[in-house]
Design a protein around this ligand. Structure first.
Ligand code: NAD
Length: 359
């Protein structure tokens, strides 16, 4: 199907990539015509927000450094109040998916253009997907207006990302690419991006695990994260993302670590049903032509083990008794998946992910 017929819609994204490219932020702000910029960060990345402010000079009129995971509506309201007070006409989101998510919420609610300066591998900056959490429920949607107008990828900013977060965040990115390979709305462009994205991360993450200041590793991983994020933005995700969304929302699990645990298990479930996707994944993991889907899964499993990623849902604090509720909610909501999902198979998959047994 993939090569016979497809629809590919390119998103209007401008990407500026390279070590030291943070210095190009003022030019990027000029391009989109923002003169009164609010700089967004988490409390942990306040110092980065200050560096961005210094770089932007008079264009930066304030800092809002209270971004947090899952974009709580209270946080958005507080940021909106600051934005209104300062009459800002744009924002720079300097950080990971949580900070970019806050920028997107401001774009959605106030029409503010966003410049993104990503510092993790989550890839949110490449997608039109927004999320907002109210009363412990996360709503998500797609809106072209939340796409950052420009994304500045500076690998230097990722040097401080701790090894454990680098690993889980990088595997989160790999999961975007794996699901894009069998998405109903894939295309040859998506497949090419996914293959290169996985190849980059599979090469770079071991280098980073050995030495978090490895410059080649950092640049390669960030390039892979960009490509994998673009896959996420271009396609509809399947069982893996559905499971992680339900697990994260219901049990308040750490986002990237949940992706890292689930990745080999869902791959083992889906890949035998999609030979072309399995072949693309094998190529990107450096396996030869005689390898099959099971070998690709084994290589993914070996990669996560080599990186010291969390190995089981039990390690993340999930109780075995929670699994039935998770399965229930996954089965209740429709989503795209190449292999049909039924209760016994889903329960077995969740149980294997809980114990951490090889899939
Ligand atoms: P995060 O943004 O929550 O960052 C994790 C922590 O690491 C934070 O404390 C942050 O301050 C810190 N940090 C980030 N970069 C750092 C650096 N370079 N050095 C030191 N510390 C650093 O984590 P994340 O995994 O990037 O994002 C997860 C969130 O993004 C989730 O809420 C998820 O739902 C969302 N997300 C959304 C999309 C989308 O398309 N909308 C895609 C992926 C993830």
């Amino acid at each position: 199907r993939m090569t016979d017929s497809f629809v590919h819609e390119a998103l209007p994204m401008r990407v500026v990539f390279g070590a030291g490219s943070m210095a190009r932020l003022p030019d990027e702000a000029e391009r989109i015509g923002s003169r009164r910029i609010l700089v967004l960060s988490t409390p942990q990345q306040r110092e980065l927000a200050q560096r961005v402010t210094a770089l932007l000079g008079e264009r930066a009129v304030g800092v809002f450094d209270e971004a947090r995971m899952h974009v709580p509506v209270e946080t958005v309201a507080a940021a909106e109040a600051v934005a209104a007070d300062l009459a800002v006409d744009g924002c720079v989101a300097a950080g990971g998916g949580s900070t970019v998510g806050l920028g997107k919420a401001l774009a959605l609610r106030r029409g503010l253009p966003v410049l993104a300066l990503p510092t993790t591998y989550a890839g949110s900056e490449m997608t039109p997907i927004w999320g907002l959490t109210e009363n412990a429920r996360k709503r998500t949607g797609r809106a072209p207006a939340v796409l950052p107008r420009s994304v500045v990828y500076d690998p230097e900013l990722t040097m401080t990302l701790p090894v454990d977060v680098s690993v889980t965040s990088g595997l989160n990115a790999v999961a975007h690419a794996v699901e894009a390979l069998y998405a109903p709305d894939g295309s040859p462009v998506v497949t090419a991006m996914a293959e290169q994205g996985v190849r980059d991360l599979a090469t770079a993450l071991p280098l980073i695990a050995d030495d978090p200041r490895d410059r080649v590793g950092r640049a390669t991983a960030l390039r892979g994260a960009w490509l994998c994020g673009a896959c996420l933005g271009a396609t509809t995700m399947g069982l893996h993302h559905k499971l992680c969304h339900v697990l994260g929302g219901m049990l308040d699990l750490p986002h990237a670590a949940t992706h890292a645990v689930m990745l080999p298990h869902v791959a083992a479930y889906n890949l035998p049903a999609v030979p072309a996707a399995a072949a693309a994944l094998r190529r990107s993991l450096g396996l030869n032509d005689t390898a099959d889907a099971a070998d690709a899964v084994a290589a993914l499993t070996a990669l996560t083990a080599r990186l010291g990623a969390p190995g089981s849902l039990r390690d993340l604090g999930v109780a075995e008794s929670d699994l039935a509720r998770v399965a229930e909610e996954v089965l209740a909501g429709p989503y795209a998946n190449p292999r049909p999902v039924n209760r016994p198979e889903l329960t077995a998959l969740l149980h294997a992910a809980w114990t951490g047994d090889a899939p």
